[in-house]
Design a protein around this ligand. Structure first.
Ligand code: FAD
Length: 542
């Protein structure tokens, strides 16, 4: 079987041109990836096209939690909380190295939030709806216990707290592993392939026109059914399909900022109230803590969503009120990301009040679009879409029922214990690895770390360079990386979580990728400049 490598892109595109598919998916975010895996594993012939890189839309810019969405309980969205809450443990089992249990501290303030008893009952309902195991169920804390759990909290305002269970992940890594698992089940998947038009037989869609963004060539792909999982771009495709009527998207922007862990050394993830009635996360991760999010209406370019100074100051102000000794300023921000929530518009509702539920739109020409939803609910969303596609187009095919809850993702392990043992087993590799390096490798690549380490061990350079080069080769050969940004932003997460390392290794990486990806000297320079611009955009705010 061919690797999922950018070096085989031409062959993949030839497959797209020369075959006809049961289902073609537009969009390589978590939603499209989930649909591709569900459909391919049920026996459909699947193609997926992504106009940029996988997860380059919203799916690399979330809070990176696999969570039930406690605040949706406040909005009485019981169905949503039940579905995504229950999905947390399922998604954890599919990739325990990548979807990691994280206890969340919820401080209860004198003046803000729901109060002690309502929170206690709310969390009980949350655990019950989501079927949380008894040992992981919420624990209420006294004022003393809360301040002990998080000494950085402002003391005059705390009346107690709660600890409850969530999971953290890396959204872009989760997306790429789902894509790779779909490819292992036979899906043909290509990035940098933009759908620009639909083709029709009579008045029904029978394929799409595509522009290869790397070669600028155009080609056509034939398919019995077409699903748009284009996230914030769903309405643009409905316009191309001349079917945008009725409900429409309402985009809201959410920003996260990253500060050194030492500047906000919270002991664990924390979800705290803000003066305007919203809630914000502060999540420690390795050497950094990230803080988010904002929620504001958005109508500017979807291609360049950036953090403004106003966004940054809102988050900094919220932190400084809750953790006065942090004394953060904009200069402390090391990196940031900004993403768009593709929500469904509801008249008269503010950004934060809009439902996070997903919806499916069917056009008279056969285009099925899905929008809204959560990272956490991707599997159930995929199941609904594929079941609908099967009902409309493939009733005679007697497809299998959805069984993605049993399909472990690439690089995965059976359970937490296996992850722990695997991490232990790596300690002596490559002349001795630090805990931090092991954590980085295993949380990003799972047991695929073996491939990276074996390649690094064959190299003569010092450990850090050998590892970087091996990682780059792996990402080209197994994760369809074709640019510096693909690697530094989405495969490794370095631009967000360790921007200093990204800056330090940018030129070495460009030098190493040049012969592998056959870049001209000019292309190499363009790649460097593009990544420098990206780093500039996430580290400077206007
Ligand atoms: P996207 O990831 O945007 O994917 C759509 C893809 O379609 C894009 O990659 C785009 O390039 C591609 N595309 C568009 N047009 C075309 C075309 N013409 N041809 C080919 N490809 C095309 N959810 C959680 O569960 N937990 C969280 O902690 C969480 N936090 C969030 C925080 C923020 C700030 C935001 C904004 C969202 C958060 N969410 C969270 C929600 C979650 O991130 C989104 O629901 C999810 O990522 C949406 O994925 P998607 O695949 O639908 O969209």
């Amino acid at each position: 079987m061919r690797n999922f490598s950018s070096l085989y892109r031409k062959e993949y595109i030839n497959d797209l041109r020369s075959s006809s598919f049961d289902l073609l998916i537009i969009g390589g975010g978590i939603t499209g990836a989930g649909i591709a895996l569900d459909a391919a594993s049920r026996g459909l012939r699947v193609a997926l096209l992504e106009k940029s890189d996988f997860a380059s839309g919203t799916s690399s810019r979330s809070t990176k939690l696999i969570h039930g969405g406690l605040r949706y309980l406040k909005q009485l969205e019981f169905g949503l909380v039940k579905e995504v809450g229950s999905e947390r443990a399922v998604v954890h089992n599919l990739a325990p190295h990548l979807v990691i249990p994280e206890k969340m501290l919820l401080p209860l303030s004198e003046k803000k939030g729901l109060g002690y008893w309502l929170t206690s009952i709310g969390l009980k309902i949350y655990d019950w709806l989501a079927g949380v195991k008894p040992e992981d169920q919420r624990r209420m804390l006294t004022r003393h216990q809360t301040l002990k759990a998080e000494p950085l909290l402002r003391t005059d305002d705390i009346k107690g707290g709660a600890i409850y269970a969530e999971y953290r992940t890396d959204d872009a890594r989760l997306t790429i592993e789902i894509v790779k698992t779909a490819v292992n089940h036979g899906a043909i998947v290509v990035n940098y392939a933009r759908v620009v038009e639909f083709t029709y037989a009579g008045n029904k869609i029978d394929g799409v026109e595509v522009v290869d963004e790397l070669s600028r060539e155009k080609f056509t792909v034939r398919a019995t059914s077409v699903v748009s999982a284009a996230g914030p771009w769903v309405d643009d495709l409905r316009v191309i399909n001349r079917s945008k009527s009725g409900k429409e998207l309402h985009l809201t922007k959410g920003v996260h900022i990253v500060v050194p862990r030492a500047k906000l050394a919270v002991k664990q993830a924390i979800y705290f109230d803000v003066d305007d009635g919203r809630m914000i996360f502060a999540i420690p991760r390795g050497e950094i803590t990230y803080i988010g999010t904002t929620d504001t209406n958005y109508s500017q370019s979807k291609e360049e969503v950036t953090t403004t100074k106003e966004d940054a100051l809102y988050l900094i102000n919220a932190v400084n009120i809750t953790f006065p000794s942090a004394n953060l300023s904009v200069d402390d921000i090391e990196s940031s990301w900004a993403g768009l929530r593709p929500l469904i518009h509801e008249e008269g509702k503010s950004a934060s009040e809009l439902s996070r539920k997903d919806e499916i739109f069917e056009s008279p020409t056969g285009l099925i679009s899905i929008a809204g939803g959560k990272l956490t609910g991707y599997r159930k969303m995929a199941e609904r879409v594929v079941t609908l596609v099967a009902k409309i187009y493939f009733e005679k095919k007697s497809l299998k029922q959805c069984f993605t809850e049993k399909i472990r993702l690439t690089g995965s392990f059976a359970n937490n214990d296996e992850v722990r043992k695997y991490k232990e087993s790596l300690r002596g590799r490559l002349g001795g690895l630090t805990d931090q390096t092991i954590r980085y490798l295993v949380e990003n690549y799972g047991n695929q770390t073996d491939v990276i380490l074996a390649s690094a061990e064959r190299k003569k350079e010092e450990q850090e360079v050998a590892l970087l080069k091996a990682e780059l080769e792996f990402s080209v050969e197994h994760e369809m990386v074709s640019s510096l940004s693909d690697f530094f932003v989405r495969r490794s997460g370095l631009v967000y979580f360790n921007v200093h390392r990204a800056k330090r290794w940018l030129s070495v990486a460009a030098e190493h990728l040049q012969p592998i990806l056959q870049w001209s000297a000019q292309r190499k320079q363009e790649e460097i400049l593009k990544l420098e611009n990206t780093i500039n955009a996430v580290t400077h705010f206007n």
